[in-house]
Ligand binder design. Structure first.
Ligand SMILES: [Zn+2]
Length: 480
């Protein structure tokens, strides 16, 4: 039975091979040339380039180096909160790794960053006559002030929008703890939209609560997933409004607190956080580059951010982006690809809080010419393509590269965002490009204790690195 099946499969494989050969021949005979809308001539698919890209993917999938790098970054170094000793250990490690890669130039950029520290494990509980005392898993939101060791308490008032809060007004909010509980929108295919629909509560909740006299805020985690992990992330204060402490609560915890509140709205809430802001410290971007053989003064950048939140290991956000960017350099060196333009890999610092790394990089390179800047900060998931912004010519050229990636199931070549760190290059003339990956699981991990090495799939991450290297190869060869 097995033998018959083997024969059957073999016959069909041969048939497919035959078909592929015929298709390739037909393509050769009909020619590869087509004009894009700007009159520039591009090959539809050059067999030479297809082969180079295939070699890039093969090498990326067969080498365990990027995965081992991610493991080291997550397990030996761990979460890399901006300003922390761990972040600097990460800086030194990336620097040494790049130094060992036969690049032409490896260096750091130094600048001051905030030094916010989380302090002790946060503690919170709600109390009502009906339910008694119930503890919740919470975390301080990034850059929040702490409550001090005694904590704070107040009656809970739940709202699902800033408009609701405004309607309640100072008479119903003063002295209380505002519970912001708008759930992330589940409807959209891209989970980023869901995140974007609710993250405003985390970023501006403390300011809005304090505006009406609240003493603290509890914020439902900005994520489409339902779990018991509080998800942190940056929040902001406004200098003209009193600063009050802010914590995140897990989505399941938020549902439970809402249930308590709906059945008995006389609920007291207590929380204790000892986070605080220390003096600024110096930190770094880490940069490695291969000098261009023909136009060394023109740069193609690939990067991710080295800092992360501290609750997890900064695996998907954005350890994978850093090791993928390093892997691009390794792939080019290993495959003997000599770029015409300078290829620069950047591990940015401080994306999560003030984006000092992205700002500093843009400021200090404003006299250089960047052709393209590519960021990978959507997690190490299956790549779907690229989103980009640029001139019509740049966009047309990028779209014309799509066919090279069909064999790797990349199909998304559309206008859109590049990434936070490279956004500061928006006036540089560079095309800004983001690696688009499958987003369905990203917010299961994002900014929470679940963002660990174990939750990264090796091959998915490697496919992302290969896609980046493939696109950079084409941009370098044909320009934008
Ligand atoms: Zn990120």
């Amino acid at each position: 039975m097995l033998r018959i099946l083997d024969k059957f499969v073999f016959y069909h494989i041969m048939k497919i091979k035959h078909l592929l050969l015929l298709t390739a021949l037909a393509a050769l005979l009909t020619g590869f040339i087509k004009n894009n809308e700007n009159g520039r001539v591009f090959s539809v698919v050059s067999p030479d380039d297809s082969l180079v890209i295939r070699n890039i993917y093969s090498e990326a999938l067969m080498s365990f180096e990027s995965y081992e790098n991610l493991k080291y970054l997550c397990k030996n170094i761990g979460g890399r909160l901006t300003g922390s000793a761990n972040a600097e250990t990460g800086v030194k490690w990336v620097y040494e790794k790049l130094k060992g890669m036969s690049l032409d130039n490896v260096y750091m950029q130094e600048f001051p960053v905030r030094n916010w520290v989380r302090g002790d494990k946060e503690y919170a509980y709600a109390e009502s006559k009906k339910y008694g005392k119930k503890e919740f898993n919470v975390c301080a939101l990034g850059t929040s002030i702490g409550t001090g060791v005694n904590g704070i308490s107040g009656k809970i008032v739940e709202v699902k929008s800033f408009e609701e809060l405004k309607k309640l007004g100072r008479e119903n909010v003063e002295g209380k703890i505002v519970f912001f509980n708008q759930a992330a929108d589940q409807k959209s295919y891209s989970t980023g939209y869901g995140y974007g629909s609710s993250v405003y509560q985390r970023v501006r909740g403390a300011v809005e609560g304090a505006r009406y006299g609240a003493v603290g805020v509890v914020v439902r985690s900005a994520t489409v997933c339902l779990d018991n992990n509080p998800h942190t992330g940056v929040m902001h204060y406004n200098d003209s409004i009193p600063k009050i402490p802010a914590i995140g609560i897990s989505t399941l915890g938020a549902d439970e607190l809402e249930k308590m509140f709906n059945e008995d709205n006389d609920i007291s809430f207590y929380f204790r956080t000892t986070c605080k802001q220390n003096d600024d410290v110096l930190s770094h971007n880490v940069i490695g580059e291969i000098k261009g053989s023909e136009k060394p003064e023109e740069v193609i950048l690939v990067g991710g951010h080295l800092d992360s939140w501290d609750l997890g290991e900064g695996a998907h956000d954005d350890g994978t982006g850093v090791v993928q960017s390093m892997e691009v350099m390794r792939l080019l060196v290993k495959l003997g690809i000599k770029p015409k333009h300078t290829i620069r890999c950047v591990a940015f610092m401080d994306e999560e809080i003030d984006q000092k790394g992205g700002r500093y990089y843009a400021e200090t390179t404003k006299n250089e010419k960047h052709i393209a800047a590519i960021e990978t900060d959507g997690g190490g998931f299956v790549p779907h393509g690229f989103s980009f912004s640029g001139t019509p010519e740049q966009v047309a050229a990028l779209k014309s590269y799509k066919e090279y990636f069909t064999p790797y199931w990349l199909h998304y070549f559309e206008n859109g965002g590049g990434g936070v760190d490279i956004s500061f290059l928006k006036n540089s003339g560079a095309a800004l490009i983001g690696l688009v990956v499958d987003s369905q699981r990203y917010f299961d991990y994002h900014h929470s204790a679940a963002d660990r090495f174990e939750n990264v799939n090796r091959r998915e991450m490697q496919l992302g690195a290969a896609s980046l290297a493939g696109l950079i190869y084409l941009i370098d060869k044909y320009g934008l």
